[in-house]
Design a protein around this ligand. Structure first.
Ligand SMILES: C[S@@+](CC[C@H](N)C(=O)[O-])C[C@H]1O[C@@H](n2cnc3c(N)ncnc32)[C@H](O)[C@@H]1O
Length: 210
């Protein structure tokens, strides 16, 4: 699934192609099965570069896909809309909203999958704790929440917070093909991925450390 407009920056295509198998493995490990009518929430989505890869990986065969991205930055949301809102399939509903996810998010449905790529917990733990709490409040009872992180310490802080908020970790993956960031030692793109659920382990679900 290519974006409608020709957006690019160095490394983007490779990052997405490396993200694809890592997402697939993390979801499979967590026991994810996409329902036929799926609702996916991309929280703090920024420009939502990963929209195509996420939809193709998490719900390639769903007959109806509702996908919502929210971010506090208006410019990023405008860009995400221009790139992805023209639906690729007639039954897709792809929407982006500008908003503060640390505040109550009323009027939203419950989601099968909540996704936060490159979550930023370390920048402001109280704000991100509220974002996580609201995200959890939007999960279906059997829904999953997935995060990716760019460095280990932040991943561990975010994981501890999500588990304090009552989630169970169903999958944990260190991305073997992560791209190091030259200007930030110890950081690399989608270096860690974890999947959480509100219930216990699903059948077929388990943890993996690569
Ligand atoms: C590190 S960026 C990741 C963006 C995107 N997920 C990606 O992988 O490219 C973190 C994002 O969190 C968003 N953000 C921070 N605080 C937020 C809030 N209170 N509500 C919604 N989005 C927020 C920022 O605007 C930013 O786009």
């Amino acid at each position: 699934m290519e974006p409608a407009l020709d957006y690019s920056f160095p490394g983007l295509t490779g990052d997405m192609e490396r993200l694809r198998p890592a997402l697939a493995l993390a979801l499979e490990t967590a026991g994810w099965t996409a329902p036929d009518e799926v609702a996916i929430f991309n929280l703090a989505c920024g420009r939502a570069d990963e929209t195509g890869v996420l939809l193709e990986t998490a719900a390639p065969r769903a007959t109806r896909r509702f996908y919502l991205g929210i971010d506090i930055r208006a410019a990023e949301i405008r860009e995400a809309r221009a790139r992805w809102s023209p639906a690729r399939r007639p039954a897709d509903e792809i929407e982006f909203r500008h908003g503060d996810a640390s505040l109550r998010m009323d009027g939203l449905p419950d989601f099968d999958l909540v996704f936060l790529r490159h979550q930023n917990f370390w920048t402001d733990a109280p704000v991100w704790t509220r974002i996580f709490r609201h995200a959890i409040g939007r999960m279906k009872a059997d829904g999953l929440l997935m995060i990716t992180s760019y460095f280990d310490h932040e991943h561990e802080l975010a994981t501890a917070c999500l588990m304090d908020l009552g989630l169970h970790r169903l999958a944990e993956l260190t991305n073997p093909r992560t791209r190091p960031l030259d200007d930030a030692p110890g950081k690399s793109v989608d270096r860690r991925i974890a999947v959480f659920g509100a219930g216990g382990l699903r059948s077929g679900g388990g943890r993996v450390i690569v």
